[in-house]
Design a protein around this ligand. Structure first.
Ligand SMILES: [Zn+2]
Length: 174
């Protein structure tokens, strides 16, 4: 079926002459496709644009600002909590070292040196015995080395979290 020029008339919303209107009506009688088009046209003409309630955009802005503020506050407290817990964990781990250092620095130094010496002796003994090194590492490496490693790990993860917070602090758009 040839829908021209009826389709164009409907799509362009053209003003039709009486004769054209008669032709269109005749075509619509036998053409479901153009009838559907005409119905959509009619429906679109009936629809009124919805108007937002008074003060809608003002209220929206206020709510947006409040949400951003709440988000920032939540980030701040989350970060503070994280920093505090990380700090307490670090203190807990490093406490023996700190107290030892405060009470008797010389003694601690001596014990570190003796640990290093025993480490060296153990290493030599192991090399002589032909043992596999990595299997015995946890036994003879003194605790303070693990503490240093933990410190470094905590520092790195803290930096990582900081960068995350920095990059996600201000959400874009709405
Ligand atoms: Zn048609």
């Amino acid at each position: 079926m040839d829908h021209r020029p009826f389709e164009d008339w409907l799509l362009d919303n053209q003003t039709l002459t009486v004769d054209e209107e008669r032709q269109l009506n005749a075509h619509l009688q036998g053409c479901p496709s153009c009838t559907a088009l005409a119905e959509v046209n009619l429906a679109l003409k009936m629809v009124k644009m919805a108007v937002p309630a008074a003060g809608f955009s003002d209220r929206f802005q206020v709510r947006l600002v409040a949400q951003k503020k709440a988000l920032r506050r939540r980030n701040f407290w989350g970060f503070t909590l994280l920093a505090l817990s990380a700090l307490s964990v670090l203190t807990l781990i490093a406490w023996p070292v700190i107290t030892g250092l405060l009470h008797s620095p010389v003694e601690l130094l001596a014990s570190w040196i003796s640990s290093l010496l025993s480490l060296w002796a153990a290493f030599q003994a192991m090399t002589h015995a032909g043992l596999v090194l990595f299997k015995v590492i946890p036994d003879f490496i003194p605790a303070y080395i693990w503490t240093i490693v933990l410190f470094a790990a905590c520092g790195w993860s803290l930096l990582w979290v900081l960068s995350l917070i920095k990059f996600t602090k201000f959400p874009q758009g709405v």
